[in-house]
Design a protein around this ligand. Structure first.
Ligand code: GLU
Length: 273
């Protein structure tokens, strides 16, 4: 009798464990577009520490930036007027794992479309043209990547900027921190001589922090794309269609002007499509 009870509880436990497993599996396998239509919601992974692209406004706690506005527009194009864009904060390092785990439907977070990443996620057509550059204190003698020998360059874990800089300036030391807020603090406290990432992000930092300048032009091409899980072809197709519509209707150029029109030294018209 006792043995029977034990056996029963073991079977019960096994059933529970197995049903739990199949739930997580179906979560990552589920059809994102079908789910979005049903829930009238798309959940986007966005940055919260990146001015101009995705930054939390301390006044109302809402995330704001070019990526956020693009996500909102794309959501409306796909789901109609009542469609809702939900935002989950990601960092350069956490964005792919969060997508893979099914916590978010898509990433729109200053993410370059690279061949390496394309092996694990699917990318939309590019929606923004960035390029890697350097941010230095105004009185710095660093003018380009050529002046970085023996210097310490700050970057963010999970960004491809930290790999690119090792190629562009092999004799520089690279210090990787968790997010862009931390890299700016480190630059201010002189833990590094320069900060490297994409030009748009650096201009955002220069706007917020007096006494710093973007130098050296761009030394890589960083096309930003939306990332979705593999096997979500319908969702990707709708996303690409939405991007095209936004560009055609002039909404795209309006957003470029809204976010980059007042940034000193930044030629925003080059970004028009
Ligand atoms: N675009 C680069 C990347 O995808 C740098 C910006 C970022 O860290 O998000 O890695």
């Amino acid at each position: 009798m006792r043995n029977k009870k034990i056996l029963l509880s073991i079977i019960l436990m096994l059933i529970l464990i197995l049903s739990g497993c199949s739930n997580t599996k179906s979560l990552s396998k589920q059809l994102v577009l079908k789910n979005a239509y049903e829930s009238k919601t798309i959940t986007w992974g966005v940055k919260a520490d990146t001015k101009l692209f995705g930054l939390t406004d301390v006044k109302d706690g809402k995330q704001k930036g070019f990526d956020i506005d693009m996500a909102k527009l794309i959501t409306k194009k796909i789901l109609g007027k009542t469609g809702k864009a939900k935002f989950v904060t990601v960092t350069s390092q956490s964005r792919i794992p969060l997508l893979k785990n099914g916590n978010i439907d898509a990433i729109i977070a200053t993410m370059s479309n690279t061949p390496e990443r394309a092996k694990i996620v699917d990318f939309s057509n590019s929606y923004f043209d960035a390029g890697q550059s350097l941010l230095v204190p105004e009185n710095s003698t660093i003018k380009s990547t050529k002046d970085l020998s023996g210097k310490t360059v700050l970057g963010v874990v999970g960004s491809n900027s930290v790999q690119n800089i090792k190629i562009a300036a092999p004799k520089a030391k690279v210090l990787q921190l968790q997010d862009y807020a931390q890299t700016m603090t480190a630059l201010k406290s002189k833990q590094g001589d320069a900060l490297t990432t994409d030009n748009g992000i650096l201009y955002g930092m220069a706007v917020e922090n007096k006494g710093y300048k973007v130098v050296g032009g761009t030394f890589t091409k960083e096309p930003y794309s939306i990332a979705v899980n593999k096997g979500q072809k319908d969702f990707l197709k709708e996303t690409n269609k939405a991007i095209k519509e936004i560009e055609k209707s002039g909404e795209y150029n309006k957003l470029i002007k809204k976010w980059f029109g007042d940034v000193p030294g930044f030629n925003y018209k080059e970004l028009y499509r």
